[in-house]
Design a protein. Structure first.
Length: 382
């Protein structure tokens, strides 16, 4: 989490001054956690030195002659172990400081919050710049400055000085700069002033050195990001290739299925066509056979009189609608049987009459005479 302005408005109206609230620094649980400068802020030590935050100046190094946009701390040199900020302008004052837990980027953070005023009558364009940044969602960042307490030559650390995880125990808040550039620390950029430690003095860099360090850091981060982007692009390319291959395989499989369906449809159509042709041939054959049976029956019936054919009238009518060899045989058999029965009956009748009326003639002469008068032979009957 970086130090940043949280609020700027006119709720606390004092003529010529604009109220401002900001995060001064982030509180840590222990020295296993520290900011990029290696400093660990413990709540009890911040509270113990919190009285020094009252009347702490708010400072800006303006980048333009209109005093509208900030740059860095405005530090010019270190003289007698004390950094000088001769390019920095006091634009306001801190009136209060307190520790609170707030949500930052979706996480709960324990922080030191500062409240105060900016002199808007003297720096109206800077106040307008702050408001426009806040309106765009770009919260200007701040960087706190601390130093040894009056009468002491160095900041006192709990457990002694450490490169990483050192805990300021006795110190004063001496200023807070509103920045136009990114600070070197996510929570705050801290300048430890009036420190006799050689390691601490080396940390108080000039503005140019800080910019060089910042540029180097940005270059490293940019290269890391470029490498990450290249890796992601390569992974994305690979995923695209896999997806394209899967899509192609799915399309090929679909094409095979469609081709198979076409073959099945074609085979089905050909079978239906063949079945239709076969049925047509069967129907033609049946019709031909029926016509043949009708012709044969007509030829056979020509030998008979209408009276003789009348005994099989119903079967003849049925035959005309549904011809069959069996029905043809039945028709002819029925007619022949009727003729035979009629002939036998007539012969018996004739024999009886002749016997009763003629006693002089012998039986053989009557049979012969009867045989001579008959026009139907046995062969004709069957």
């Amino acid at each position: 989490m970086r130090s940043a302005i949280l609020e700027i408005n006119n709720q606390r109206k004092v003529s010529g001054r604009t109220f401002v609230k900001w995060v001064v620094l982030e509180i840590h649980e222990n020295n296993a956690h520290y900011n990029k400068n290696g400093i660990t802020w413990i709540e009890k030590h911040v509270n113990a030195n919190l009285n020094s935050i009252k009347d702490m100046p708010l400072c800006v190094e303006f980048i333009d002659c209109e005093n509208s946009e900030p740059f860095g701390h405005g530090m010019t040199e270190i003289k007698d172990g004390t950094p000088l900020f001769e390019n920095s302008t006091v634009v306001g004052v801190t009136t209060n400081g307190y520790i609170d837990t707030i949500e930052v980027n979706g996480q709960q953070k324990r922080v030191l919050i500062g409240e105060g005023f900016i002199y808007n009558q003297r720096y109206p364009k800077f106040v307008q710049w702050l408001k426009s940044k806040m309106f765009d969602g770009e919260f200007p960042e701040t960087s706190v400055e601390i130093s040894a307490v009056e009468g002491s030559s160095s900041i006192e650390y709990d457990g002694g000085y450490k490169e990483k995880g050192r805990i300021p125990m006795r110190f004063d808040f001496t200023g807070d700069a509103i920045l136009g550039i990114d600070p070197a620390d996510d929570a705050a950029v801290l300048l430890e002033l009036n420190n006799n430690h050689k390691e601490e003095q080396s940390m108080a860099k000039t503005q140019d050195e800080a910019l060089v360090e910042l540029n180097n850091k940005l270059n490293i981060e940019n290269k890391a990001l470029e490498t990450k982007v290249a890796e992601l692009n390569e992974a994305l390319k690979k995923k695209d290739e896999e997806l394209n291959a899967a899509v192609k395989a799915a399309k090929d499989e679909k094409a095979k299925v469609e081709e198979k369906e076409k073959e099945i449809k074609k085979a089905k159509e050909e079978k239906e066509k063949a079945d239709a042709e076969l049925n047509s041939l069967k129907e033609f054959k049946q019709n031909a056979e029926n016509e043949k049976l009708k012709s044969e029956l007509n030829q056979d019936l020509n030998k008979y009189t209408e009276k003789e054919k009348s005994v099989a009238k119903e079967k003849i009518e049925l035959f005309s609608k549904s011809p069959s060899l069996e029905l043809k045989t039945q028709i002819l058999s029925e007619i022949n049987s009727s003729i035979a029965q009629s002939f036998i009956a007539q012969r018996q009748k004739n024999q009886s009459t002749e016997t009763n009326s003629t006693n002089d003639k012998d039986i053989f002469s009557e049979i012969n005479d009867a045989g001579q008068e008959s026009s139907v032979s046995i062969n004709d009957l069957y």
